[in-house]
Structures are given as structure tokens and as C-alpha cells.
Design a protein around this ligand. Structure first.
Ligand SMILES: C[S@@+](CC[C@H](N)C(=O)[O-])C[C@H]1O[C@@H](n2cnc3c(N)ncnc32)[C@H](O)[C@@H]1O
Length: 244
């Protein structure tokens, strides 16, 4: 069983609901990210990309790639390294939007696009150098399965990087953050995306995602080593990394 927001549902039901949700909000997805975070998500993503160890010729999975901020950012940041990025996502419209955005930025080569589920990747064992996932793990139907798949497809010493909303660790910030999340974000969703429930899901799903320490343990259980995490903005978001 999984949580779709605060609702307890079967794993496959969560996956279907998540796919439907992201199909509905694709067109307003980028604008909503800027509005909700006052642009700060761009700083988190840039920091995440700069923190990665990327080597010449790396093959990289950008899981839950969505509209492609990470895939495109990696391509721009490490443009002379001859990378092969596989942007993967459950929701076709999100990937398509990402593809158009990449073309608008002049990124024509180096990224290919695959619609698939993080729990079942169309890739051989030990075939990928880097696996990244930004704000995707919270949405998968079965988190353990997705982590096992990430581990399976990575080569030995392959690098895993995850950026995800996490548990706020500052006692003063937490009530303010909770108030803002529950009172404002669904309202922004209502007026900007015409979809308050999608953004109610967002705030609820953040509360249901494992804490920093619990997610670290899950990564270790999936077989990763050297697992560490770093909080950004007092834990509003966190970066977990590890090695196969
Ligand atoms: C919040 S968006 C993140 C997009 C992008 N990585 C970013 O940081 O802006 C979450 C994405 O996860 C995708 N997703 C949800 N469940 C998935 C799954 N089981 N497998 C692959 N992608 C999934 C959704 O379709 C959506 O595009």
C-alpha cells in the first residue's frame, strides 16, 4: 500500500492517480514552481546539479525528468563532457513539454526521452553511470521498488543523487511553512493551474515522504553505500547521494 497524499491506496492506484495529476497540470507546472517557491526551486536545482560528480562520456538517467530542469541543467553545466542523458518519466505530456523546452534552449542533441515507470526501467543491469531524480521519489507507487531499480541499473561505483522535499528541522520555521503550504499552495493551484486538488496532493505528499534519516536507511537497504544527505533551506528540501 502507498499514500496518495493522505489517502491510503494500492501502489498501482497511486501510480495511476499521479500520472493523471501530472497530465492535468503539465501546462502550468513550471509557472506554479516559480510562484510557490518564489523562484527558490531554481537555486536548489542549480546547487543540486553543481554538487554532482559528472565525468566525460557519462550515461545519466534523469528519472521523473518532468519538464526537464535537471536534464537541461546538467547538459548546460557540463556541456563539453559528451554526456548521454536519458530523461525518463511516467507522464508523456511532461516529457514532451521538457523536450520542447530543451529545443527552445538550443539543446538538440544528448538527451533522449522515454516514457516509463521508475519501478520498471527499460535498461540492462549495471549500465548507467549516474542516476538523478528531482522531486520524483515522493510520487512513485512503491518507493522500495524504485530504489531497487535505480541500484540495479547503475554500474558499480555509479552515483545516485536525489533532490526531494523533506522534513523541516527548524522548530520556528515549521509552523510557518505548514501554514503557508496548507493555506496558500492549494489556492495558487486553484487560480493558476485550475486544479486545487493537485496542489493539495503536493503538500500532503511532502508530509508523507520519509524523513532524511529514514530515506537514508532506505537507500542503504537498497544496497547503496556512502549514503549522505544535505539539508537545503532548513530541510524544506534535501539532497541524498550514494554509490552503488
Ligand atoms: C514534481 S515533478 C518533478 C519534475 C522535475 N524532475 C523537476 O524537478 O521539476 C514529478 C515528476 O515525476 C513523474 N513521476 C511520478 N511518478 C513516476 C514514476 N513512477 N515513474 C517515473 N516518473 C514518475 C511525474 O510524471 C512528474 O513529471
Amino acid at each position: 500500500m502507498a499514500f496518495f497524499g493522505f489517502q491510503h491506496v494500492e501502489d498501482f492506484v497511486k501510480t495511476d492517480k499521479v500520472k493523471d495529476l501530472f497530465s492535468r497540470v503539465t501546462n502550468s507546472y513550471d509557472v506554479m514552481n516559480d510562484v510557490m517557491s518564489l523562484g527558490v526551486h531554481r537555486l536548489w536545482k542549480n546547487y543540486f546539479i553543481k554538487k554532482m560528480l559528472i565525468k566525460p562520456g557519462d550515461s545519466i538517467v534523469d528519472m521523473a525528468s518532468g519538464t526537464g530542469d535537471i536534464a537541461q541543467g546538467v547538459m548546460e553545466q557540463y556541456r563539453f563532457l559528451n554526456l548521454h542523458i536519458m530523461a525518463m518519466d511516467l507522464t508523456e505530456s511532461m516529457l514532451l513539454s521538457g523536450k520542447h523546452k530543451a529545443i527552445d534552449k538550443g539543446i538538440i542533441h544528448g538527451i533522449d526521452y522515454t516514457v516509463c515507470d521508475a519501478e520498471n526501467l527499460p535498461l540492462p543491469d549495471d549500465s548507467v553511470d549516474v542516476y538523478t531524480c528531482a522531486y520524483g521519489m515522493r510520487n512513485v507507487g512503491n518507493l522500495e521498488k524504485a530504489l531497487n531499480e535505480a541500484h540495479r541499473v547503475l554500474k558499480k561505483d555509479g552515483r545516485f543523487y536525489c533532490l526531494e522535499f523533506s522534513a523541516v528541522e527548524n522548530a520556528y520555521l515549521k509552523p510557518v511553512y505548514d501554514f503557508y503550504s496548507f493555506q496558500f499552495i492549494p489556492t495558487f493551484g486553484k487560480y493558476i493551474a485550475n486544479d486545487a486538488p493537485a496542489y493539495q496532493y503536493l503538500v500532503e505528499s511532502i508530509r508523507k515522504f520519509p524523513s532524511q534519516e529514514s530515506f537514508k536507511s532506505m537507500l542503504e537497504t537498497a544496497g547503496f553505500h556512502n549514503v549522505t544527505f544535505e539539508n537545503l533551506s532548513c530541510g524544506i528540501t534535501a539532497i541524498h547521494s550514494g554509490k552503488k
